[in-house]
Design a protein around this ligand. Structure first.
Ligand code: NI
Ligand code: MN
Length: 229
């Protein structure tokens, strides 16, 4: 089964696998770097890592328009229902739990971050996802600091890791190198940078350091660019 991943700016990714369209952390209409608008994206499943506005803002509208099923932690799942998303279109899980869905297996991984929702509601614990898509393991770190848990997260092997490198709100380039050493993924895609000036980073400089100091292949995407696993 092929896996195609497209960066839609910030931490938003479209992942196509088999006949399913997955959308991760939709933040499009208000994102300075998103190449598409919320009305333009396809989604069968939407995965939310945590409650911050730059990860959930367009989730409800896209879910309502497409009929997509939204996967989120327990508290965000409950909040989605208060926003009008149908009960049967929400899948709740929590840190360490996994579930088989039509496109593959989803496991919620820990993240070292916060998760308040845009309206001030409690958003539970921030997380990430380990996806088993056919034979491929894709790790979406979400917003997180460097943490030793990454050693465990990578224990079964990772074909592709998606890591934040913007600093300020998440780990930055230096800590991401240590994260890559702990996770030991075959490939790594950076995200959560260059959306706004405070999280500007030199992605090519980062990629050079990944080459020099880790065993992973860095893959720097431009917004709307696709990588095929
Ligand atoms: Ni965040
Ligand atoms: Mn964020």
């Amino acid at each position: 089964m092929s896996v195609e991943i497209t960066w839609l700016g910030h931490s938003c990714f479209a992942i196509r696998t088999g006949k399913f369209d997955l959308l991760v952390d939709p933040f499009l209409d208000d994102s300075p770097t998103a190449p598409v608008k919320a009305t333009d994206v396809a989604a069968d499943f939407i995965l939310l890592t945590h409650g911050h506005f730059d990860h959930v803002t367009d989730a409800v509208a896209i879910a309502m328009r497409t009929g997509a099923t939204v996967v989120a932690n327990f508290e965000i799942a409950a909040w989605l229902k208060t926003q009008g998303v149908a009960e049967e279109k929400v899948v709740a899980l929590n840190t360490g739990g996994k579930i088989d869905l039509p496109f593959g297996c989803v496991k919620m991984t820990p993240a070292l971050h916060s998760s308040g929702l845009p309206d001030g509601s409690y958003g539970g614990a921030a997380g990430g996802y380990m996806l088993h898509l056919g034979g491929q393991r894709v790790y979406l770190a979400g917003d997180t600091a460097l943490m030793l848990d990454m050693k465990l997260i990578g224990i079964d092997g990772i074909d592709l890791a998606v890591l934040p490198i913007g600093d300020l709100f998440t780990m930055g380039p230096d800590d991401s190198l240590e994260a890559i050493k702990l996770l030991n993924p075959k490939r790594v895609i950076p995200c959560h940078y260059n959306t706004w000036p405070p999280i500007e980073q030199d992605a090519q400089g980062w990629a050079d350091r990944v080459h020099r100091h880790t065993a992973a292949e860095p893959i720097v995407l431009q917004p709307n660019e696709t990588y095929s696993l």
